[in-house]
Design a protein around this ligand. Structure first.
Ligand SMILES: *Cc1c(COP(=O)(O)O)cnc(C)c1O
Length: 411
């Protein structure tokens, strides 16, 4: 396997050292193949919001597995999951399920292009929307430039169908819409960015995107694969009261099994095959095990106290890190929304990719190693969000506190 891993960020390249091989996980704990235990703040990069191996989720999967693992035909559970999602995300009038977030985004943007008959997609630097060719693009120096591929193997002609702008910069978006609004099929955005570290939208950013897209006949796509059921039960669209045309979900809605969902306005989704000419399909889409795990997870999240508890935990973790840094006189910036949080080694707030890229990544790497040695598994990159789960108990928070105090002193 290239780098010894099946997904690059697992390889610890950004922090040095060797990735840890996991043999099991339960609650907020990861156990490696040597039997060492860690408090986990990665949570499989977002899905594990109720904790690892939650008895209700495990039970639901076990029940489902006895009935067979895939049929390639519709099931009642898919309809039920669709309804649960629709209740939480009223903007998703119709949904289609896939096997990954990447696929969901590709489906959503193909539907957007098919519906509008336009080709141009606008994204924001530092936002990740999966591995599709035309989304592995970032702009130079925050200006509206034509896309340079971020990855080898992406044809320039395809990268040129994407324009990447600086996150939270409404002036750039306004200018682009003024010049080329009629060519833009869709604006896709992480409504709270999580893939350059946690970067909340500044006031008016999402509202401006909503207004400009409506005026030019473009579609607004919220990629809520990370924020869906995370920053609120109804995601960022509920939290910020901005309603997109299309939404993508993943991670939490699969309860730790491979899943993606896209959906939105009926008129757009009716363009998707077999109703319309936009083709998209998947052998394992709406898989019975993933559906069961997703339904069981969302069932747990449905209680209002859950998000109160996650907010408390987030506040507590933030305080632990702030206090530990202050005692060691290390200057940091913490950005948090609910139970997602990033500790930036910078004294300034982070509003966009350029801010994030100016953080002290060497210092982060040192801190990360110190945390790991003391049994805390923090995301192995400065440009990632840490996630809390319902399973982070007092003991987990206590050991995190001790580890953080030592880690900051060691810098
Ligand atoms: C994780 C993620 C994706 C990709 O989902 P996969 O299931 O890894 O393909 C896309 N967009 C966002 C915002 C994500 O966080």
């Amino acid at each position: 396997m290239p780098g010894g891993v099946n997904s690059p960020v697992r390889a610890f390249c950004a922090v040095g050292g060797e990735p840890i091989f996991i043999r099991r996980a339960y609650g907020a704990t990861l156990e490696d193949v040597d039997g060492r235990r860690y408090v986990d703040f990665v949570g499989s990069w977002g899905p594990m919001i109720v904790g690892h191996a939650h008895p209700r989720v495990v039970h639901a999967i076990k029940e489902a597995v006895d009935r067979g693992t895939s049929y390639g035909a519709p099931t009642a559970a898919e309809v039920e999951l669709g309804e649960v999602i629709q209740q939480a995300y009223p903007s998703m009038e119709m949904v289609r399920m896939t096997s990954s977030g990447t696929e969901a985004v590709m489906g959503a943007l193909r539907a957007a292009r098919g519906y509008t008959g336009r080709e141009l997609v606008v994204k924001f630097e530092g936002c990740y929307h999966g591995g599709a060719d035309y989304l592995l693009v970032k702009a130079g120096s925050g200006a509206a430039t034509f896309g340079e591929p971020d990855s080898a193997g992406v044809p320039k002609a395809i990268a040129n169908t994407t324009i990447s702008l600086s996150y939270n910069d409404v002036e750039l978006v306004r200018r682009l819409f003024k010049d080329r609004g009629s060519e833009i099929a869709a604006v896709i955005v992480e409504p709270v960015a999580g893939n350059m570290g946690c970067v909340p939208p500044t006031e008016g950013f999402l509202e401006t995107l909503r207004e400009l897209t409506i005026h030019s006949g473009s579609l607004l796509v919220f990629d809520e694969i990370m924020t869906g059921f995370r920053v609120a039960y109804g995601g960022a669209q509920e939290r910020f009261s901005v309603s997109p045309d299309l939404t993508t979900l993943g991670k939490i809605v699969g309860g730790g099994l491979p899943v993606g969902v896209y959906g939105g306005r009926r008129a757009i989704m009716e363009k998707v095959s077999p109703l319309g000419p936009v083709y998209q399909a998947g052998t394992l889409s709406g898989n019975p095990l993933a559906t069961a795990a997703g339904l069981a997870t969302i069932e747990i999240l449905r209680s209002k106290e859950v998000y109160v508890r996650l907010e408390q935990l987030g506040r507590e973790l933030e305080q632990i890190l702030r206090n530990a840094a202050a005692r060691a006189r290390v200057s940091i910036t913490i950005q948090r929304i609910a139970s997602m949080l990033t500790l930036f080694f910078s004294s300034k707030p982070v509003h966009c990719w350029q801010d994030a890229a100016s953080c002290d990544t060497a210092r982060f790497a040192h801190w990360h190693r110190a945390m790991l040695q003391q049994g805390v598994y923090w995301p192995p990159s400065q440009y990632e969000a840490a996630f809390l789960s319902l399973a982070h108990d007092t003991a987990a928070m206590e050991s995190t506190k001790k580890a953080a105090e030592n880690a900051f002193y060691s810098l």
